[in-house]
Design a protein around this ligand. Structure first.
Ligand code: IPM
Ligand code: SF4
Length: 467
């Protein structure tokens, strides 16, 4: 590596390689391992069967999120499958001495929200979790990606993983974002251009002044959705915004340790002249508030546009027709003005404090539309507390909304929060697959501003007209 210009990705990857296998995957060390109730029970069972333990319990962090109810969390969990999974996580964490933030714990929340907000996620780290949206943590300049259950077992037992080195892609977005255009719109725009397979086999670095000027919450939204264009993960070089976000968080380094860490973190950027296997450039001025009209996250467009015709999109006509049929939409129809039934704000994509501030900025002084059921779900108890402290809850309550308790909620409907069949939901989450939010549910992915505009008008509305 010595004299060669390296990318941010190379620097972090190379610093973690324990062993290189000729013509094979690298064996590399994992700094942080997050676990949740869905993908860990089988891995723990594997350890038990093999009679081995957890190598570094202090590098492993458990939180309950997917199966947790978002109301009455103080009561016993009703659904037996969910209750069992939550109990298994608790028991396994206790058995192996792993920190566990279960239901009701003050720091509980969605794994990709609680890691960063407690200073567990740091620049230059390797981070894995049995969850595809682990890419979120890349916002800090970490290499973070989702793994399967057998790899969860491997990391629990050895703190290492075997991975072939992915190819490198850089996505540059420069210029100034227009009014009402948020990080969610930036990511939906990129995915609409690259398609859901456009970054398959790559690890993406996001660069350019749009990301440099973006908050950490925004960067997390963007990195979160990297996986939706097929990427292994996404990352952004750490800078003063990153350091300011981390400084003082519960588990962040303090004192001398902080100074030492900071000096290292400042070296974590792509060198001038480093080469990527693929590079894309976009102009911020071309990005509008976005909304999806189909059944994958790449089927998105500027909210003022009409639904494309099948000859304007990639992929066969049959798949396209099936998708529009599921959504109950037609080619050439306008998205603006479409009646909706549900609004969901939350998830590891848009369940952070900035998202609720954005939502409230439109709701303030208005009322919830009568035809809308709104699920407002903070990503963690810490976010929930901030919503209350900042007066956002008062704005929501005055407008006729209710705040629920933290969890994945309607993002994937593995809990009680399911959108009924045939109903339309404007959702700030990351996937609009058939049945994702409940059997037959129809999902329109969008930003918190678009969600708020829909919640107060009852139809798909351009948020710029309400700002
Ligand atoms: C349940 C879990 C394994 C899954 C994932 O991997 O992402 C979920 O979080 C999702 O968003 O679909
Ligand atoms: S909020 Fe949604 S995307 Fe994120 S971890 Fe939970 S289910 Fe997966």
């Amino acid at each position: 590596m010595s004299n060669q210009a390296s990318t941010l990705f190379d620097k972090v990857w190379d610093a973690h390689v324990v062993r290189k296998i000729e013509d094979g995957p690298d064996v590399f060390f994992i700094d942080r391992h997050f676990i949740h109730e869905v993908t860990s029970p089988v891995a723990f069972l594997g350890l038990e069967t093999r009679g081995i333990g957890v190598m570094y319990p202090e590098r492993t962090f458990a939180t309950a999120d997917h199966n947790t109810p978002t109301i009455n969390q103080h009561l016993p969990v009703q659904d037996p499958l969910s209750a069992n999974q939550l109990k298994a996580l608790e028991a396994n964490a206790a058995k192996y001495g792993i920190s566990h933030w279960g239901l009701g714990h003050a720091r509980n929340g969605i794994v990709h929200v609680v890691g960063p907000e407690n200073g567990i996620t740091l620049p230059g780290m390797t981070i894995v979790c049995g969850d595809s949206h682990t890419s979120t943590h890349g916002a800090f300049g970490a290499i973070a990606f989702g793994i399967g259950t057998s790899e969860v077992e491997m990391v629990l037992s050895s703190q290492c993983i075997m991975q072939p080195k992915p190819k490198k892609m850089r996505v540059n977005v420069n210029g100034k974002l227009g009014k009402g255009v948020t990080p969610k719109d930036v990511t939906l725009y990129i995915i609409s251009k690259l398609t859901t397979a456009g970054a398959t086999g790559y690890f993406v670095e996001y660069a350019g002044d749009v990301f440099e000027n973006m908050s950490m919450e925004g960067r997390m939204t963007v990195c979160n959705m990297s996986i939706e264009m097929g990427a292994r993960g996404g990352m952004i070089a750490p800078d003063e915004t990153t350091f300011a976000y981390i400084n003082g968080r519960e588990q962040a380094p303090k004192g001398e340790k902080w100074d030492k860490a900071l000096a290292y973190w400042k070296t974590l950027k792509t060198d001038e002249g480093a080469v990527f296997d693929k590079e894309y450039n976009f102009d911020a001025a071309d990005i509008e508030p976005m909304i999806t009209y189909g059944t994958n996250p790449g089927m998105g467009q500027g909210i003022t546009r009409a639904i494309p015709t099948s000859d304007q999109v990639e992929g066969g006509k049959a798949t396209y027709d099936k998708s529009l049929n599921y959504m109950g939409f037609h080619e050439n129809e306008n998205m603006l003005g479409k009646k909706i039934d549900y609004v969901f704000i939350g998830s590891c994509t848009n369940g952070r404090i900035e998202d609720f501030r954005a939502f409230a900025s439109i709701v303030k002084g208005r009322k919830k539309a009568d035809n809308v059921t709104a699920w407002i779900v903070p990503g963690s108890h810490i976010v929930e507390a901030q919503i209350k402290e900042e007066g956002i809850l008062d704005i929501l309550t005055e407008a006729g909304f209710e705040l629920r308790q933290p969890g994945c909620s309607a993002c994937l409907a593995m809990n009680d929060d399911k959108i009924p069949a045939g109903k339309y939901a404007v959702s700030t989450s990351n996937r609009n697959f058939e049945g994702r939010q409940g059997p037959g549910a129809r999902t329109l992915l969008a930003s918190p501003l678009v969600a708020a505009a829909a919640a107060v008008t009852g139809v798909v509305t351009d948020p710029r007209t309400l700002l």
